[in-house]
Write a new protein. Sequence first.
Length: 259
Amino acid sequence: MTLPAALVRTLFVALCAAVLAFAPAHAQQVVTITTTVTWTYDEVEGDGDSAVIDEDAALLDDEALAEDADFAPTRRYATGATLATLGHAKANFGPFAVIDATTVRMAGDVTSATPRQFAAMLAAFPGLKRLEMIDCPGSLDEEANLILARAIRRAGMETIVPAGGSIRSGAVELWLAGTTRRAAPDAEFGVHSWADETGREASDYPANDPVHAEYLRLYREMGLNDAKAREFYALTNSTPFDEVRYLTRDDMARFVALN
């Protein structure tokens, strides 16, 4: 009699488990199982076809990566409780959740992978223009954060902190990157100094160190004049890395125009 294939597999797995259970500890092997996960999402209304991600096409251009290659600070991060859910998403790319053809919401950290995830998202959903920042603690990789800020600006995105939203630390740079910026009356902006991989903060570096110029250059690219860029940078660095200073919508309006 021929046993069904499913039963044969079940008996084989049970036999393997029994052998491993009674084998001497020094003779047991570690088995690594690799799981491949695939995901699908709905079509974007009006597109006609489901989007396909080309990972090579999603890579950031070499110039954007190279301009920050020697950047020293590694993190600017402030924890906090999640204030809102992202809602139903058509697709997720790291901290980004695509809500519809024009809107993406963000909640979570910026890591070294986030610029690639952002690029892949735009490749799949090129019509995205509205970035709603729900709960964004900041960056675990400052080089990636500044690359992402410039990518947001190049994409011509509007950045929004909705009612109940909180953006902190390096995420504030991402909000500044919007070609237009909006914030609800109760929007929360948390700022503090960056810290490098050794724990040294902005105030530990000489005033003429190139690392300061990198931030000032970014702020000017985002539309702040030189005086406002220096004022905002000094304000953020007046609070130590392990603390957070919270600013309001009106505080931010001192530095940039809000729409």
